[in-house]
Write a protein that binds this ligand. Structure first.
Ligand code: ZN
Ligand code: ZN
Length: 346
């Protein structure tokens, strides 16, 4: 069937065009998209023109209503409110059997088309079986669209081996930094601190439960963190802003033997600016940990955390746009004094 979808023609030229979306075949589903979060990675891909001209923009933080179901689909009916995982691993390859689902070949392929920046979205049979989660009643579509980013943060903080009683510094108070803050708390962190450059984000960090939130341009990060951690430094530093300055803050504030979680996606040009003494790996036993997307198990748990109010997501939505104003959403994201997160509603 035909659906209106956002098509990429340039960093300032997203057009809404009719796109052919497949009807659901055997064990497949067609979802009417109700909301899709605009991820920082979407914005980066659009602004850096990392998408193909004339191809759909995508959108992976997607929720909607089941519109049509193919034959053989069990437990899912038309009208169900669902969050859809765009990637689902095979659960049986070498990577999957060792808990590295993020590296599974099937996981690397996206099992939906064309993504959430579209009126309708086709879901493959594999994603139908393991990647569709019913949204509890009482949770709005907009809130449920945070399932994917919450699941990402859950996986990342688990990979960073966040433990009960840990002290955590989150560097970067964008939407993902503010999710990390709340999830670190859920996972048992004792002291949670956050640094940023924008007053609105610092205020919100306090509202969402930070022990200390500060402007790292006005206040030295290391000097702020040390007295809070018996002069040792934090157990876990989360880099949630892809800048050299964030990297430097992490190195300066993590304790010996601590973990640095590289959550933000660094640009190649920034990577070249990073320099550090490699003896931090040997002498100081500092761990560097990266993370890619979510594990399927995190998806259901993320939805649960949102529905129980343990992770507050609606406070993070600063903008809502209809699909035809997606370019405006990308433009607004530059204004960091006001922008945190936009949700696109087709
Ligand atoms: Zn994302
Ligand atoms: Zn696999």
């Amino acid at each position: 069937m035909k659906a209106e979808a956002a098509i990429f023609y340039g960093s300032r030229d997203l057009r809404i065009e009719d796109l052919e979306v497949p009807d659901p075949g055997s064990c497949e589903v067609l979802v009417k998209v109700k909301a899709c979060g605009l991820c920082g990675s979407d914005i980066q891909r659009i602004l850096n023109e990392k998408l193909e001209i004339g191809k759909p923009v995508g959108g992976h933080e997607v929720v909607g209503e089941v519109f049509r179901v193919g034959g053989g689909v069990e437990d899912i009916s038309e009208g169900d409110r669902v969050a859809v995982a765009h990637r689902v691993p095979c659960f049986k390859c070498h990577y999957c059997s060792r808990g590295d689902e993020g590296q599974c070949e099937l996981y690397r392929r996206v099992g939906v088309y064309p993504g959430g920046f579209s009126e309708y979205m086709w879901v493959s049979s594999h994603n139908v079986v393991k990647g569709i989660f019913k949204i509890p009643s009482g949770v709005s579509f907009e809130a449920a669209s945070f399932t994917e980013p919450v699941a990402d943060c859950l996986k990342a903080l688990r990979r960073a081996k966040l433990r009960w009683g840990d002290s955590v510094l989150i560097i970067g108070g964008g939407a993902l930094g503010l999710l990390h803050l709340q999830i670190a708390r859920v996972l048992g962190a004792d002291k949670v601190m956050l640094s940023d450059h924008h007053e609105n984000r610092i205020k919100l960090a306090y509202k969402l439960g930070a022990d200390i939130a500060f402007d790292s341009r006005l206040q030295d990060t290391r000097r702020t963190v040390l007295p809070e951690t018996a002069n040792k430094g934090v157990d876990v530093a989360v880099i949630a802003a892809p800048s050299r300055e964030a990297f430097t803050q992490a190195l300066g504030s993590v304790r010996r033997g601590g973990r640095i979680l590289l959550f933000a996606g660094f640009q190649h040009s920034t990577i070249r600016e990073l320099n550090f003494d490699p003896s931090i790996f040997s002498r100081d036993e500092i761990w560097f940990i990266g993370s890619y997307c979510y594990s399927p198990a995190d998806f259901g748990e993320a939805l649960n955390l949102i529905s129980k109010g343990k992770v507050k997501v609606e406070e993070l939505i600063t903008h809502k746009f209809p699909l035809r104003e997606m370019s405006k959403a990308v433009e607004e994201s530059r204004n960091k004094d006001e922008y945190l997160k936009s949700v696109i509603i087709p």
